[in-house]
Write a protein that binds this ligand. Structure first.
Ligand code: AMP
Length: 494
């Protein structure tokens, strides 16, 4: 089933119930049809791409559902993306339209050549106008592309994971079944809608369940706690950094919730413990990725084992695999985690090479997605644990930074001969990107950071830039990042 099938079922059952913020299912559907007609007038047709590049707001939800109805493909774009990232994503996806807001419009305009639709005008047309224009038939099928979500790539250029209508329906169904989500639930989400966590699991899960989804433009810990105290709110989804902030901000009794879910990066055991103590609730940690939705999650009914990511989500299979044969390893043996199931994406947009590299077919003929994460099965607790990464990824506050992308940008700057970016452990954000540069002539770290900020999202800008005479390299000339990390451990008190 597709997400739209599930939405239609919720609409038929509860047209007058709140779906998103103060918009009911009936009103949301009418808005979607109006926006679909507007987008069609603007030239968006089946199979074409529309980029959604704005903060969390109703226009995002309307345009998302309208594009799905039209059979167009949604490309969510991180609102923090700047010139280098935007140029690549909009060009690679060959976006027909870009929905931008007052805050993001200038960045799209600076690129030139993009057809922009205003988020405010989408909201204006959503509440007024004809709903009879209709959407094309047949409705998109389970194998049609619904989304292209860009994930930072190991090559330094992000790759677009193609998520089908069936994948999106599967992600929503998995979380609804696993977390016993019902129409009585209200999810408060401070997560960005441009990420699969907010859009796929949060919004889509809620629409399937027939519940209410409440969002804010951005996360603010004090405000979030107030929102969670609302009578109707039963659930909260966040990234580990948000839980650290909630712990700092809690003043008075904790809100009464049914479920708190954390994911996108490892949740530290001490945060899990402190939250259990202060909020009286064990956070349910899950593990997922843009390419495969959610693969693992702690058991809803418990025990929830801190520092673990639990068991396979409904319908999903995982394997801790031997790197040579891809056969399953035994308990306590560390290997790459492979993932298989109905929410695994089809591959990367226009990138057969990256698609081929991302999957492996085992001796039994099963096609598995290679997560790039190292995992182990803990037989004593009957849970999986993520213990490391094969891919060179830094996760900071839930956002991904691929070092090579930042290094490429650093290397373009005058005076930089070579650079290397590594992750520094950080109690709040999990990791922070830090750069080492070999320079020529005079060096001004602040000027480098300003120049980078024009091209890259703020979370990718190295927190510190260290000058190094010569980057440590192996015999083949490859930079030995573990030695740089060791240097940081010596120089940075924790
Ligand atoms: P994204 O595609 O942005 O969702 O990032 C996916 C990556 O985030 C995964 O491949 C993991 O490296 C990491 N990740 C997600 N959830 C967890 C978790 N619970 N524990 C550790 N790493 C995680």
């Amino acid at each position: 089933m597709t997400l739209l099938d599930y939405f239609d079922a919720s609409l038929a059952e509860r047209p007058g119930a709140y779906a998103v913020n103060d918009v009911t299912y009936g009103a949301l559907h009418a808005a979607t049809l109006r926006v679909a007609a507007r987008l069609r007038e603007r030239g968006l047709a089946r199979g074409e791409r529309i980029a959604l590049y704005c903060e969390n707001r109703l226009a995002f939800v309307y345009a998302f559902l309208a594009a799905l109805r039209l059979g167009a493909i949604v490309v969510p774009v991180n609102v923090l993306y700047r010139a280098a990232e935007l140029e690549h994503v909009l060009g690679d996806a060959d976006a027909r339209l870009v929905m931008a807001s007052a805050a993001t419009r200038e960045h799209v305009e600076a690129l030139g050549g993009c057809d922009i639709v205003d988020a405010a005008s989408i909201e204006a047309c959503a509440s007024d106008g004809d709903v009879s224009a209709g959407v094309p038939t047949p409705a998109p099928g389970v194998d049609d592309a619904a989304l292209i979500v860009y994930t930072s790539g190991t090559t330094g250029r992000s790759k677009g994971a193609v998520i089908t209508h069936g994948n999106l329906g599967a992600i929503a169904m998995q979380v609804v079944v696993a977390w016993r989500w019902t129409a009585r639930d209200t999810l408060y989400a401070a997560l960005p809608l441009f990420h699969i966590h907010g859009l796929g699991a949060g919004l889509s899960g809620s629409l399937l369940a027939g519940g209410r989804f409440i969002f804010d433009e951005r996360f603010d810990a004090k405000h979030t706690i107030e929102s969670l105290r609302r009578d109707d709110v039963t659930m909260f989804f966040g990234v580990p950094t948000m839980y650290v902030r909630l712990l700092e901000a809690l003043d008075g009794p904790p809100p009464a919730l049914r479920l708190c879910v954390s994911g996108s990066a490892a949740l530290a055991s001490d945060v899990f413990d402190a939250f259990a103590q202060r909020f009286g609730m064990e956070i349910l940690e899950r593990y997922g990725a843009t390419e495969f939705g959610y693969a693992l999650g702690n058991r809803y009914g418990g025990p929830r084992v801190g520092g673990s990511v639990g068991v396979p989500m409904p319908g999903m299979r995982v394997r801790v695999a031997d790197a040579a044969t891809w056969a399953a390893l035994g308990p306590a043996e560390v290997g790459e985690l492979l993932v298989e199931g109905p929410s695994v994406c089809r591959g990367y947009w226009n990138n057969p090479g990256a698609t081929a590299d991302a999957f492996v077919t085992d001796a039994e003929g099963t096609r598995w997605f290679k997560s790039g994460d190292l995992a182990v099965y803990d037989a004593e607790h009957d849970v999986y644990r993520i213990v490391g990464r094969l891919k060179e990824l830094i996760i900071t506050g839930g956002f991904n930074v691929y070092p090579l992308e930042v290094e490429n940008e650093l290397n373009r700057l005058p005076g930089v001969r070579a650079s290397a970016v590594v992750g520094l452990p950080d109690a709040v954000r999990g990791e922070l990107p830090v750069a080492f540069v070999e320079v020529e002539g005079t060096f001004d770290a602040e000027a480098l950071r300003v120049a980078l900020a024009e091209r890259l999202a703020s979370f990718k800008i190295p927190k510190t830039i260290h000058v190094i005479e010569a980057l440590p390299r192996n015999a083949l000339g490859k930079v030995e990042k573990h030695r740089l990390r060791a240097l940081l451990e010596v120089t940075q008190p924790r």
